[in-house]
Design a binder for this molecule. Structure first.
Ligand SMILES: Cc1cc2nc3c(=O)[nH]c(=O)nc-3n(C[C@H](O)[C@H](O)[C@H](O)COP(=O)(O)OP(=O)(O)OC[C@H]3O[C@@H](n4cnc5c(N)ncnc54)[C@H](O)[C@@H]3O)c2cc1C
Length: 494
């Protein structure tokens, strides 16, 4: 087996530079890291909403938050506002952070549900600090605060920021179009990328970050793709950037329409917008028009169409090639999971790095972990589409009545019957996320764990009131999001 001394990354979008940053920083003198990208081809140019584990990844790399936020024109994100998903006119926030305080034997929703039977009829939203701060448009962080947050960032600037970081840590960048991929005739392992200029870039391990085209993992190794379109029927997006708005909400907006949904992502100097839709239910011209007539501020760019197919590669690691980012598959932008997935994939790779060459047990374990993680995320996303009462279009009727994975059906039934929800150790979305989305989209449990009724009523009232009061007081002291950004990480307008 050939030892891994040279890692070659094909592609310099967010996935490519995230991978280069982590490998160059963590494997310093152990391997050489080279990235090949083509400015002529460019990147997908979206991917601007993130989730809290990004902070952990940045910590691993030693990235300074203020410098990163200034460089990427970033804002803070406390959750996602889902508008029109359960039904037209309804709205809820899926927040980051914890909600209420449960006990070892019963999670918070059981106390909340019991409280409702006693007339303590406050929304579950009132028990979540991040959600209340989001609604109030307020934000602050400090080293001692426990607020859970993520970022909205400019994808192009983020790739540049990480490129600088990676080059400082020894990664080498080669500009050029990959014209051909050379394989070993016996093992079929990849040996080199051959550029249009004729330059050969040899390596021991290749990371495919070439985007949807999957230049190495699919076009070369023909790994195969598992299509999830029957569960996640949206396959297109029109995207446009607009001028910044007067207010800067610390959350992403996901506004459902009759054939998909529209996002609004507030950055410091502009807003990212996109209309996601199923091309079987809405044609491209109508999608473009719908997006352009539903913008808050004036467009800064021409609308751009992106086509995709939801699903995943049959293997993420095949021979001496690992797919990261869009080349590995795509669930949906709805819960901003894509950047997280490749950040976690790089960490997984570092833990299972094939210093001594490709060993099948290691490769299998990497693939197993990646598949389990992605399928749990997939179920959570399908939940948003399936759990709806919308009946206003063929799209929503399809989503409402489609067959769903057994794993998801079981979770929904459990919550509906007895308010129970669970989270396994290898799962990204926490119990609270499932609870907020299921309640937000109208699935009210018929029962709860009666064990909580053992708590004396006065004590329960005091407990619930205490949480609400504390949150109210703390949120009241937070500055407006915009003001905190100005003080903490204001970017130069350029
Ligand atoms: C509509 C939409 C919305 C999204 N929103 C979010 C979001 O809010 N949050 C989130 O986390 N994720 C989101 N994503 C996903 C996110 O955009 C991607 O995961 C992320 O940008 C990484 O993309 P990538 O680097 O894999 O691919 P790309 O950005 O496409 O980069 C591919 C790279 O490969 C290079 N390349 C390709 N072919 C060649 C060649 N022949 N020679 C040389 N170089 C080549 C290109 O030049 C480029 O550098 C969204 C995706 C879509 C489609």
């Amino acid at each position: 087996m050939q030892q891994v001394k040279k890692v070659v990354i094909a592609g310099g979008g967010t996935a490519g530079w995230v991978t280069a940053a982590a490998l160059s920083k963590q494997l310093a003198n152990l391997v050489d890291v080279t990235l090949v990208e083509s400015e002529e081809i460019g990147t997908v140019g979206v991917g601007e909403a993130t989730i809290p584990p990004m902070l952990v990844f940045h910590k691993l790399l030693g990235i300074d938050e203020q410098a990163f936020m200034r460089a990427t024109h970033a804002t803070f994100k406390l959750g996602i506002s889902f508008e029109g998903w359960g039904d037209i006119g309804e709205r809820y926030i899926h927040p980051f952070g914890t909600t209420g305080k449960g006990s070892f034997l019963a999670d918070f929703q059981h106390y909340w549900l019991h409280g409702k039977t006693l007339g303590i009829d406050y929304a579950i939203d009132d028990y979540c600090y991040e959600l209340q701060a989001a609604e109030a448009g307020r934000f602050a962080r400090s080293d001692s605060s426990s607020i859970s947050y993520a970022y909205h960032l400019d994808a192009g600037r983020y790739a540049k920021f990480l490129r600088e970081f990676s080059e400082q840590h020894g990664a080498r960048r080669i500009e050029g179009r990959i014209a051909r991929v050379e394989q070993d005739p016996d093992s079929q392992h990849i040996r080199a990328l051959v550029l249009a200029s004729g330059q050969r870039v040899e390596g021991d391990l290749f990371i495919d970050c070439s985007g949807f085209r999957g230049l190495l993992i699919e076009q070369t190794l023909q790994t195969g793709y598992e299509n999830w379109q029957h569960w996640l029927p949206c396959d297109s997006a029109v995207v446009v950037q607009t001028e910044s708005a007067d207010t800067l909400p610390p959350y992403t907006r996901a506004m459902a329409h009759d054939s998909g949904w529209q996002w609004r992502i507030p950055l410091q100097h502009r807003v990212g917008n996109g209309l996601v839709y199923s091309s079987a239910h809405l044609d491209d011209d109508s999608a473009r028009e719908r997006l352009m007539t539903n913008l808050e501020t004036a467009p800064l760019t021409e609308p751009r169409l992106i086509r995709y197919q939801t699903g995943r590669r049959k293997q993420f690691w095949n021979k001496n090639c690992i797919a990261m980012g869009l080349s590995s598959g795509f669930v949906e932008p709805l819960e901003s999971t894509s950047i997280y997935l490749f950040m976690n994939a790089v960490v997984r790779l570092l833990k299972l790095f094939p210093f001594n060459g490709m060993q099948s047990a290691q490769v299998d374990e990497y693939n197993r972990q990646s598949i389990v993680e992605l399928e749990k995320i997939r179920d959570f996303i399908i939940l948003h589409y399936h759990l709806t009462r919308r009946d206003d279009s063929a799209f929503w009727r399809y989503c409402r009545t489609m067959a769903i994975p057994d794993s998801l059906a079981q979770r929904m039934a459990l919550f509906h019957e007895c308010g129970q929800c669970f989270q396994s150790s290898d799962e990204l979305f926490r119990l609270e996320s499932w609870v907020h989305v299921m309640l937000g989209q109208g699935l009210m449990p018929q029962g709860y764990n009666q064990l909580v009724a053992a708590v004396p009523e006065a004590q329960l009232r005091q407990h619930l009131q205490g949480i609400r009061q504390t949150i109210g007081q703390v949120v009241g002291k937070l500055p407006p999001h915009q003001e905190f950004i100005r003080r903490y990480c204001q970017a130069e307008k350029n």
